[in-house]
Write a protein that binds this ligand. Structure first.
Ligand code: PHE
Length: 345
């Protein structure tokens, strides 16, 4: 009896091994478990088994039946999987370059960031990135911004609680973590890592404790620029920024440097732009970015000799550029994910 059961089990196993379609599976199931199936026939033979052996006989048949049912279920599941895989097509190779057939589009801020990045890449700048969480030293001290500077005020800077820890950003024990208020901290990280000459831009997200209104947001984006070499002058700064602004806003724009103050540049300037082609912003001077010559104290702080090296730095708001380019009057449109707005770009 046991031999017969083993034979049926083995026969089922080998039949299932070649199954490719559900109909074959059904046939096998019928031939073993169906009304005229082999196991059913064996079970029917219980009548001729001596009474005292019947319980053991029944148990043995049931055990084999369970095993066969399990095998059938496994085969059914793998047929399901194979059907799903066939319906899904070939496995996607996620390492391949994209086909270019995107659904949707790039966010207008991403587009502007990419345009600015491309303009600088073409003139030999590389792209630097750093974390949005910064330490006070990188965000302020190294940039020659004293402890009592109003920018460091809790009204303006978002501080983390003293006990916060960020494993990927090391800090001194007595300083706090902040959300970076500008991308100028990337200047410091770059100068500590690389030896001059340096030509980098650093696009990235910044945070200030601004009240949110039509032109300010607590979360915004900047592109920082840093150029360090021998005998760099304000003329170099002006030439690079003119190139940027003409590429962005058209060849006919006029620009001017207006004296200003930043703790990390000396002298410092605001850059103004004049264009007859900027909608309601046409034909007047518009402030667009801050810049200046790297302050020798900043060079000292990162171990670059200010007698040997000089440089310029600048920072411009990506939102500001996007608003000017597209005539957008409310910064909040960028963050609300309203498709009626986004689908225009
Ligand atoms: N970090 C300044 C700001 O956020 C901009 C700036 C960058 C000015 C570099 C000068 C040089 O306003």
């Amino acid at each position: 009896m046991e031999e017969q059961l083993q034979a049926i089990l083995a026969e089922t196993e080998s039949a299932l091994a070649t199954v490719e379609a559900r109909s074959q599976l059904d046939q096998i199931k019928a031939s073993i478990l169906g009304g005229n199936g082999k196991l059913t026939a064996l079970m029917k033979g219980i009548a001729s088994v001596p009474k005292e052996e019947r319980p053991a006989f029944g148990q043995a048949v049931n055990k084999t039946k369970k095993q066969i049912e399990n095998l059938l279920a496994q085969t059914a599941a793998s047929l399901d999987n194979a059907e799903d895989a066939a319906a899904l097509g070939k496995t996607a190779d996620v390492t391949l370059p994209p086909s270019g057939n995107y659904v949707g589009g790039l966010h207008p801020l991403t587009q502007v960031k990419r345009r600015i990045t491309l303009i600088f890449r073409q003139i030999g700048f590389t792209v630097a990135e750093a974390t949005e969480v910064e330490t006070e030293w990188f965000c302020f001290d190294a940039l020659n911004t004293p402890e009592d500077h109003p920018a460091r005020d809790e009204q303006d800077t978002l501080y983390f609680p003293k006990e916060s820890r960020f494993g990927n950003v090391s800090k001194k024990s007595d300083e706090a973590y902040v959300l970076r208020t500008h991308t100028s901290s990337v200047q410091i990280r770059t100068m500590l890592k690389e030896k001059p000459p340096i030509r980098v831009i650093a696009p990235g997200r910044c945070f200030r404790r601004d009240t949110v209104d039509a032109t300010h947001s607590a979360n915004f984006h900047q592109v920082e620029g840093l150029y360090v070499d021998k005998k760099v002058t304000i003329r170099d700064l002006k030439a690079v920024l003119d190139h940027l602004l003409r590429e962005l806003f058209g060849k006919e724009v006029k620009t001017r440097l207006r004296p200003s103050f930043f703790p990390f540049t000396e002298p410092s300037f605001e850059v103004d732009l004049f264009s007859s082609n900027l909608g309601r912003l046409s034909n007047k001077w518009i402030e667009i970015m801050g810049c200046g010559m790297v302050d020798p104290k900043v060079f000292d702080n990162v171990g670059i000799d200010p007698e040997e090296w000089s440089g310029f730095a600048f920072g411009l708001g990506i939102e500001r550029v996007a608003m000017m380019l597209h005539g957008i009057d409310d910064i909040r449109h960028f963050y609300q994910n309203d498709l009626r707005f986004l689908s225009q770009f």
